[in-house]
Design a protein around this ligand. Structure first.
Ligand SMILES: [Zn+2]
Length: 271
């Protein structure tokens, strides 16, 4: 919170305390695992020490809204079905926390060393994409219509990477716009931030779906025969059927973030 409190050590104390409380609450609410909570605490502290409030606020908007949507209609049949196919379930661990927010940390460090609005634009794009992807997954899981492959348009199993629904696509745009709108509010109403967050975030999530459909590793359960992105199903190791085995969901998220960041910076040159 560079612009509000100039002493770095006060920001450090506030960061540790504030992020510590958020991490503990998230741990209690089972939104984060222990490693995830520690990572979130470190990340939150870095944001408060190095960034203006807008940086921290976007991270919190992502975290709170994605936790809300993941708990929303938890017992819904369609949602349970979708979750059975995700690579990971429930609590975010350290890997996921860094995949979601690690790019923000890098951009913020760049901003702290060489202050320029470009870093912030890239960050708005990245968070827009991460939020869009999460909202699409969580809300899209409630869709009554079967997902279709973004590449072939054919119906695919619920929870399959690269499978999209109309509801999930609208949710994706909503998630991106939520970040753009928050950024706008935090910067005394810059309209360009809404447009940039919305477009870059949506584009990133689109790339995420395309990569998910084309390249992400998919496995088949040797017990029940279902296709899944998990390396284990029904308590047994699954067999690899397609995609790059190294390209798991965390890597797909990273590629999606980079794309969104670049799109946001390019849009910043126009708007
Ligand atoms: Zn199975």
């Amino acid at each position: 919170m560079v612009s509000i409190i100039s002493e770095w050590w006060i920001r450090l104390a506030i960061g540790l305390l504030g992020s510590g409380i958020v991490g503990l609450v998230a741990l209690k609410a089972r939104a984060l695992s222990i490693s995830g909570a520690i990572s979130a605490m470190i990340m939150g502290t870095i944001f408060i020490v190095l960034g203006e409030p807008i940086w921290f606020v976007l991270l919190i908007v992502f975290f709170i809204s994605s936790t809300f949507w993941s708990k929303f209609k938890k017992g819904h049949r369609a949602k349970k079905l979708a979750e059975a196919n995700y690579e990971k379930t429930g609590q975010r661990d350290a890997g996921q926390v860094w995949a979601n927010g690690g790019f923000g940390v890098i951009l913020l460090m760049g901003y702290a060393i060489l202050p320029s609005e470009m870093w912030l634009l890239a960050y708005i794009g990245v968070m827009g994409a991460v939020n869009a992807d999460t909202w699409a997954t969580e809300i899209g899981a409630l869709s009554r219509a079967a997902p279709r492959s973004i590449i072939t348009g054919k119906k695919v199993d619920v929870g399959t990477s690269g499978g999209i629904t109309l509801l999930g696509t609208i949710a994706s745009l909503g998630g991106a716009l939520a970040i753009g709108l928050s950024a706008s509010i935090m910067s005394s109403g810059k309209l360009s931030f809404i447009i940039i967050g919305g477009i870059a975030g949506f584009a990133g999530a689109l790339v995420d779906s395309i990569l998910g459909a084309k390249l992400q590793a998919m496995y088949r359960c040797v017990i029940c025969g279902k296709e899944t992105e998990r390396s284990e199903h029904c308590g047994q190791a699954t067999e690899h059927i397609r995609g790059w085995q190294r390209l798991n969901n965390d890597w797909v998220n990273i590629v999606c973030s980079v794309t969104a960041g670049i799109v946001a910076v390019l849009l910043g040159l126009i708007f």
